[in-house]
Write a protein that binds this ligand. Sequence first.
Ligand SMILES: Cc1cc2nc3c(=O)[nH]c(=O)nc-3n(C[C@H](O)[C@H](O)[C@H](O)COP(=O)(O)O)c2cc1C
Length: 403
Amino acid sequence: MMSSSPPERPNSPVFAPGALGPLALRNRIVKCGTNEGMARKGLVTERLVDWHRAFAEGGVAMTTLAYCAVSPEGRTFRDQVWMRKEASPGLADFAEAIHRAGARASIQLGHAGWFANPRATREKPLGPSRQFSMHAQAFSRAMTAADFGRLEHAFADAARLAVQCGFDAIEVHLGHGYLLSQFLSPYNNRRRDEYGGSLENRARFPRRVLAAVREAIGRDVALYPKLNMDDGFDGGLTLEEGVQVARWLEQDGTVDAIQLTGGHTTRTPMYLLRGDVPLRDMIADERDPIRRLGLRVFAPRMLKPYAFQEAFFLPQALEFRRAVRLPLMLLGGVTRLETMEHALEAGFDFVAVGRPLIHDPDWVRKLAAGETTSSPCTHCNRCIVEMERGGTRCVLDDPVATA
Ligand SMILES: Cc1cc2nc3c(=O)[nH]c(=O)nc-3n(C[C@H](O)[C@H](O)[C@H](O)COP(=O)(O)O)c2cc1C
């Protein structure tokens, strides 16, 4: 008699263990950082731990605590986690819960630089150059020599703290137009000193930060940047430049892998997501009437839509695969098991997944058990708006939200 239980997929390379530097990961699927909106007063909450525990119990090899600011002035949200001693107990609870469920814990460390939110930080944003940011509604201050030293240490201290709390991997944000990506991008970096101008100069501070982080954490913890392959607009970081940065990172020997992304939060936010622009929800949520008007007028131009395509970053990522031997994580629009298998065949070592797991934290287990082969996520991107409505979640199965 034929068994009615679905076929398991023990032979799929997706479910074979893989090495991320010193770490053994149980399979090739990593939950990427997706801001949860569940931290309070800059601290990890029980709800935030529970949210990630579900991914770990659902089978991912590693889950990533999203964007934790290395210093308070690097925040974009008042409540988001920022790395300091008081955050230790919550961070340790997080790592322990993930380990208990058999997965690895990664933490994304970043600084918003030029578009940090002065309403949250009560400080003037700082960046590579003085520049007006619509996001921050403020001019940034160009970083001084003292800022370089302080922030390099802030990244290193934050990484050390995360490791002391039990994290297995450190993800440093070099993408999406955050501070270190602002250095790489000619759009934000107009400096004339050794940190601006040529690509080599623009890459100097990000490389210095990665070296300092490696020095702080040693070789028993995995370190990888989430790196922009390109910014997605004329005047930003180009693909050719992104590939060169990856070559330098390989030469530096500081990182164990690279997670590949693209886009710039303030210029091409939909380039990094693709799919629908959740504009109606965004306008409805804005309480400040001036900002609401600003959204109505400017957002349609600032939120240029990009059609969703399966594995939408694959063409650029293949250029990186050809250029470096470092392990690479393919990210962006991976919604099918066969895409993951093709990615591994093409030489990628891991896939990083966001929205399909927000929709169903049990997705990996279901893929492995043969219960499904793809995600029903529609890339409506309303999960992003939910982040500020109390916590990131999928609205697809919510009859009220989708009415
Ligand atoms: C709700 C939400 C929040 C996100 N927050 C972050 C973040 O904090 N840091 C980051 O680097 N990327 C963030 N992203 C981008 C994702 O990490 C990822 O790059 C993007 O969603 C594409 O992957 P996917 O197609 O698998 O969702 C976020 C995406 C979503 C949907």
